[in-house]
Write a protein that binds this ligand. Structure first.
Ligand code: DAH
Length: 339
C-alpha cells in the first residue's frame, strides 16, 4: 500500500515535469508500458503466497486505474497547452496592410491584334502565321512584284544575304498558305514586318494583319461588306468605309480603304486633315498571276486580299500621335490601356 502511494506520487511528479505530449507519453510508458513499473509489480505475483494473491492483484489493478486516470487528465492539459502555444505562434494579424501586387496590362498592339482576330474569326477566318525571315520568292516574286519595283530597293528592305530578307509585308503568308490549302478558304495572318523606315508614323518594325479570301464568285462587294463590319466593330457603330483606286502588284483592281473619321464623324477635323476620311488599309482582288503562282485556277476561283498596319489602327483608335510610344514601353503610357 505504501509502495503504491509512492508510485502514484512519483508519477504525479514526473508527469508534472513533462513539457509536451511526447515526454508525457514516455513517463506514462515507464509506469504502464510493457516494461513499466506497474507491469513489473504484476510479475511479482508468483513470489507471493497463494492466499494473498487475489488481494495483491486487486491492489495492483487499482493502482493501474489511478495512474491511467492521472495520465489521462494530465494529457488533456498538455494538449490544451500545446494548442494554445501553436495558436499563438501561428497568429495572423488580419489588420496588417497586405502586400500590393501590381498587375500588367495588354499592350495596345496586342489588344488591337486580338480584337481583329475576334472580328474576323467571327466571319469564319482562320489564323495562319508565316515566318519573319523570308526569301525573295515569297515576299516579292510570287506576289507579282517586278524586279525593278521600288519596294525591292536596298533602301527599303533589310536583306540578310544568301537570298534571305526580313519580310516587308505579311502578304508573303498568302503564298505560303495557298501552297498548302485549296480554296475555298478565309485566312487571317498577323505578324511583324520590317522596313528601312523611321519617323513619327513609321517604325523599322511594325505589325500587319493580312486577310485573304478565295472562293468561287468572290467579288469586291464581299470585301466592302466585310470591311464595313470591321470598321463598325473596331471604331464606332456609325463608321463607314470607302474605296479609292490604287495600285499593288498582287491585286487587280487595287484599292485603298478609308474609314469615316471617328473623331469628327466625317465633318472634317485636324485628325482627318479636314477630309472626313482616314486611310486604314490596302486591298484588292487577288491578281490572277498570284493565283496561278500558287496553282489555283483563276478562271474558276476569285479572291480578295487586304493588309493593314496594326500600329496604325491602334493609333487611330486610341488617339496616339507617335508610333514610338508603342515601342518605348514606358509604363506610364502602357498603364493607360488597363481594362
Ligand atoms: N502588303 C501591302 C503593304 O504592305 C498591304 C496590302 C495591300 C496587302 C493590298 C494586301 C492587299 O493583301 O491586297 O503595303
Amino acid at each position: 500500500m505504501n509502495e503504491n502511494e509512492e508510485i502514484v506520487r512519483e508519477a504525479e511528479r514526473l508527469s508534472e515535469q513533462a513539457e509536451d505530449s511526447r515526454a508525457l507519453y514516455e513517463v506514462k510508458m515507464s509506469f504502464l508500458g510493457r516494461t513499466g513499473k506497474v507491469t513489473s509489480l504484476m510479475k511479482r505475483m508468483k513470489e507471493i503466497a497463494q492466499e494473498l494473491r487475489p488481494a495483491f492483484g486487486k491492489e495492483v489493478n487499482a493502482l493501474r486505474e489511478r495512474l491511467e486516470a492521472l495520465f489521462a487528465a494530465r494529457e488533456e492539459r498538455v494538449k490544451e497547452r500545446e494548442l494554445a502555444r501553436r495558436l499563438a505562434r501561428e497568429k495572423v494579424d488580419v489588420t496588417m496592410p497586405g502586400r500590393r501586387s501590381r498587375t500588367g496590362a495588354l499592350h495596345p498592339v496586342t489588344k488591337v491584334k486580338e480584337e481583329l482576330i475576334d472580328i474576323f474569326s467571327g466571319m469564319g477566318f482562320e489564323v495562319f502565321e508565316g515566318p519573319e525571315i523570308e526569301n525573295d520568292y515569297y515576299n516579292f516574286t510570287a506576289l507579282n512584284t517586278p524586279a525593278d519595283h521600288p519596294a525591292r530597293d536596298m533602301q527599303d528592305t533589310f536583306y540578310l544575304g544568301e537570298g534571305l530578307l526580313l519580310r516587308t509585308q505579311t502578304s508573303a503568308g498568302q503564298i505560303r498558305f495557298m501552297e498548302k490549302r485549296k480554296p475555298p478558304f478565309k485566312m487571317l495572318s498577323p505578324g511583324r514586318v520590317f522596313r528601312s523606315d523611321d519617323d513619327a508614323t513609321h517604325s523599322p518594325m511594325f505589325h500587319q494583319m493580312e486577310g485573304l479570301v478565295v472562293d468561287r464568285g468572290v467579288t469586291l462587294c464581299d470585301l466592302k461588306g466585310m470591311l464595313d463590319e470591321f470598321a463598325r466593330t473596331m471604331f464606332s457603330a456609325s463608321s463607314r468605309t470607302r474605296l479609292r483606286p490604287s495600285y499593288f502588284p498582287f491585286t487587280e483592281p487595287s484599292v485603298e480603304v478609308d474609314v469615316s473619321c471617328a473623331s469628327c464623324g466625317g465633318k472634317g477635323c485636324p485628325l482627318c486633315k479636314g477630309t472626313g476620311w482616314i486611310e486604314v488599309l490596302g486591298a484588292g482582288m487577288v491578281n490572277r498571276r498570284v493565283l496561278e503562282n500558287c496553282g489555283v485556277d483563276p478562271d474558276e476561283y476569285t479572291g480578295f486580299a487586304f493588309g493593314m498596319g496594326i500600329e496604325r489602327i491602334a493609333m487611330l483608335k486610341y488617339g496616339i500621335n507617335n508610333i514610338k510610344l508603342l515601342t518605348e514601353n514606358d509604363t506610364r503610357f502602357l498603364e493607360q490601356f488597363k481594362d
